[in-house]
Design a protein around this ligand. Structure first.
Ligand SMILES: Cc1cc2nc3c(=O)[nH]c(=O)nc-3n(C[C@H](O)[C@H](O)[C@H](O)COP(=O)(O)OP(=O)(O)OC[C@H]3O[C@@H](n4cnc5c(N)ncnc54)[C@H](O)[C@@H]3O)c2cc1C
Length: 378
């Protein structure tokens, strides 16, 4: 099939900035470019009929990092890099809230909680010991003296079996992921960003200028291309250091009287859960089968589903009848470090990928940085 003259003239041609991927990064990048260059033609290409990446399938945690996760990251990235990343997550969240409006995305500052089980005593002690130092380091970022607060309880914390200790992150919150994406889509459309759904890019060529090759063999040229396909980045640019990582998620039926309120992390964030109104959302368990979950295929597996079931029945909601009403999976983009990749491939081709498990937090800032990078080459 070939594009008609009319299609080329009105829809597909003369693209100044073409963005592949309609997630939080792609949409924010498009908005930033359109705001800075109102006369430019900014077009987003998305293969799903909805944005079908992690941005509509995540847990909606507005978080900057739990103590055990940061301690573990320090071993890999070093302290300076870790706190620089925490600062960027914090700034990203501020930008997201400012752009979308807290009410519109139902942001709730209920706090984040890292919980510790009885068999986790050593880790708990290590984390409790780090709280004072971490609070000093984060003071200049969060503008609060107690970003982290230690909690110890005699009876099980919020009724959770074997949980008597937690660290509260006082600046974290939760939001409605669907409403966040709907808001970004509306903001983009209102200022004239063009969004095409159902367009799968199968190849990128950049001989004279960037060119997308589509699944039906048609090609689309553009002055600048920005790749924002996160966990799927290697499908189009195999040299990028991005590893796809699947996460499986459940949402239960409404459970009147649910005590869980806020965003919770367990085992360095490998399990995460929160309330969605009176429902429980839980996801993770990737540590149970890292090889199996290193995939960009959606799906569910017995080993992870059993892990989620164990968490709900043995720890979070012991002796509480519940039903799983929603099950899904989503694909994250990971790498050897948690730093996103924001770079120019050549004068006209750019990438902003590898958001790790915190793209809701850092995505808006990454989008600003890549838009500035693109404009600096213009
Ligand atoms: C289950 C789960 C829970 C998470 N929970 C949280 C959380 O609570 N808090 C948090 O901060 N982060 C969380 N994350 C991470 C966060 O969701 C991501 O980091 C973030 O959404 C990434 O945004 P993105 O725009 O970079 O990529 P994506 O949202 O993945 O967008 C990439 C888009 O590119 C499209 N695409 C890919 N290939 C092509 C192609 N060839 N042609 C056309 N389009 C293409 C995809 O369909 C997709 O829509 C979670 C992730 C998952 C999977």
């Amino acid at each position: 099939m070939s594009f008609s003259f009319w299609e080329k003239e009105t829809f597909i041609g003369k693209i100044d900035y073409g963005i592949v991927g309609c997630g939080i990064v792609g949409l924010n990048t498009a908005i930033n470019l359109k705001l800075k260059k109102p006369d430019a033609r900014v077009v987003v290409f998305e293969r799903g009929y909805l944005p079908h990446g992690a941005s509509t399938r995540n847990a909606g945690f507005a978080c900057i990092g739990s103590v055990s996760e940061l301690l573990s990251d320090v071993q890999i990235m070093g302290e300076d890099a870790v706190f620089a990343l925490v600062e960027r997550r914090y700034q990203g969240l501020e930008k997201l809230k400012k752009r979308c409006g807290e009410n519109e995305i139902q942001y709730k500052g209920l706090g984040g909680f890292e919980i510790f089980g009885v068999q986790d005593e050593l880790n708990k002690d290590k984390c409790f010991d780090a709280v004072h130092e971490f609070n000093k380091k984060l003071n200049s970022i969060t503008k609060t003296e107690k970003t982290y607060e230690k909690l110890e309880t005699k009876s099980p914390f919020l009724g959770m079996e074997g949980i008597h200790a937690a660290i509260k992150n006082t600046v974290e919150g939760q939001l409605d992921t669907g409403k966040m994406m709907a808001r970004l889509l509306k903001l983009a459309k209102d200022i004239g960003v063009i969004i095409f759904f159902g367009i799968e890019v199968v190849k990128i060529e950049n001989e004279h200028e960037p060119c997308l090759i589509l699944a039906d063999g048609e090609s689309i040229n553009m002055r600048n291309l920005i790749l924002c396909t996160n966990g799927f980045a290697r499908e189009l640019m195999p040299a990028l250091e991005v590893i796809p990582a699947r996460n499986q998620v459940w949402v239960t039926n409404p459970l009147p009287g649910l005590k869980i309120k806020g965003s919770f992390h367990y085992l360095e964030g490998y399990y995460y859960f929160r309330n969605v109104g009176e429902r429980l959302l839980i996801g993770g368990g990737r540590h149970l089968d890292k090889d199996g979950e290193t995939t960009s295929e959606q799906g569910e597996t017995e080993i992870i589903q059993n892990g989620l079931r164990h968490m709900v029945e043995q720890i979070i909601l012991p002796r509480t009848p519940y039903q799983v009403e929603y099950k899904w999976s989503g694909i994250m983009g990971l790498g050897p470090t948690k730093k996103p990749i924001i770079k120019a491939i050549d004068e006209r081709t750019f990438v902003a990928v590898r958001m790790g498990g915190m793209g809701v937090a850092i995505g808006s800032l990454v989008a600003e940085e890549v838009a500035d990078l693109v404009l600096s080459h213009d």
